[in-house]
Write a protein that binds this ligand. Structure first.
Ligand SMILES: C[S@@+](CC[C@H](N)C(=O)[O-])C[C@H]1O[C@@H](n2cnc3c(N)ncnc32)[C@H](O)[C@@H]1O
Length: 198
C-alpha cells in the first residue's frame, strides 16, 4: 500500500479532526503560513495535495484556485480538482499554466526521486515568473519524531529533508530565487520549512 492510499477511505470530516501533532506543529506553523497565503492576490494557483482544501479556501478569496490530489474525494470546496499524482502535473493539467503551485503538508509523502519529479513538474507548469510555495518536513526536532513515529506506530513511509538537499533539488529542477523559512513547532522546536522558489 502506498503511503497516500490510507486516505482512500477517509472522509473529509475524519481528516479534519485535530490530533496532538496538529496542536504541537501545524497550529504554530499556521501562524506563519496563513499570513503568507493571505497576501497572495489575483493569481492562478494550483494547490497540489489540497486534501479538504483548508488552504485553498483561504487562497480562493482573492485568487483563482484549482486543486490536485490522489484523493480528490476529500475536497468539498466548489473548485475543480484533478485526480492524480504530484509527479505527473504536466500530463494532468494538459497545457494549463499557473502563477503559483502551492502544496502544504504533501511533500512528506514523496521520496527523493518523487520530490525531484514534483519540483521539475511544478517548474514546467509555472509561468515565467511563477512561484512554487511548499512545506517540507525538517530532519530535526519534531520533524524527526513525526517521520519516525509514522513508521514505527503506523508502518507508513514518510520523508523529511535537509535545507541543502532541498536547495540542490530545486536548482536541479531549474528553480531559482530560493527562500527557506523555518516553521517551528510548539516551544520553537524545529519541525518543517516553508520553501519558496521561482
Ligand atoms: C496531510 S494531507 C494535506 C492536505 C492539505 N494540503 C492540508 O494541508 O490540510 C496530504 C494530502 O496530499 C495528498 N497526496 C499525498 N501524496 C500525493 C501525491 N503523490 N500526489 C498528489 N497528492 C498526494 C493526500 O491524498 C492528502 O490529501
Amino acid at each position: 500500500m502506498r503511503n497516500y492510499d490510507r486516505y482512500r477511505k477517509t472522509t473529509a470530516e475524519e481528516y479534519d479532526k485535530k490530533t496532538v501533532m496538529s496542536y504541537f506543529c501545524r497550529v504554530p506553523s499556521d501562524r506563519k503560513i496563513i499570513p503568507l497565503l493571505s497576501e497572495i492576490k489575483d493569481k492562478r494557483i494550483l494547490d497540489v495535495g489540497l486534501g479538504t482544501g483548508c488552504y485553498s479556501r483561504i487562497l480562493a478569496k482573492n485568487n483563482s484556485v484549482v486543486g490536485l490530489d490522489r484523493n480528490p474525494h476529500l475536497c468539498k470546496l466548489p473548485i475543480k480538482v484533478y485526480k492524480g499524482d504530484a509527479t505527473e502535473l504536466t500530463r494532468l493539467v494538459q497545457g494549463e499554466k499557473f502563477d503559483m503551485v502551492v502544496s502544504m503538508w504533501m511533500t512528506e509523502y514523496l521520496d527523493q526521486e518523487q520530490l525531484s519529479g514534483f519540483f521539475a513538474e511544478s517548474k514546467k507548469i509555472l509561468n515565467d515568473t511563477g512561484r512554487l510555495m511548499t512545506t517540507v518536513i525538517s530532519r530535526y526536532g519534531f520533524g524527526y519524531i513525526y517521520i519516525a513515529a509514522a513508521k514505527l506506530l503506523r508502518g507508513i513511509d514518510k520523508y523529511n529533508y535537509g535545507r541543502k538537499q532541498i536547495i540542490r533539488m530545486l536548482k536541479d529542477a531549474g528553480l531559482a530565487k530560493i527562500e527557506i523559512i523555518a516553521l517551528n513547532s510548539w516551544l520553537h522546536i524545529p519541525w518543517a520549512y516553508m520553501v519558496i522558489a521561482e
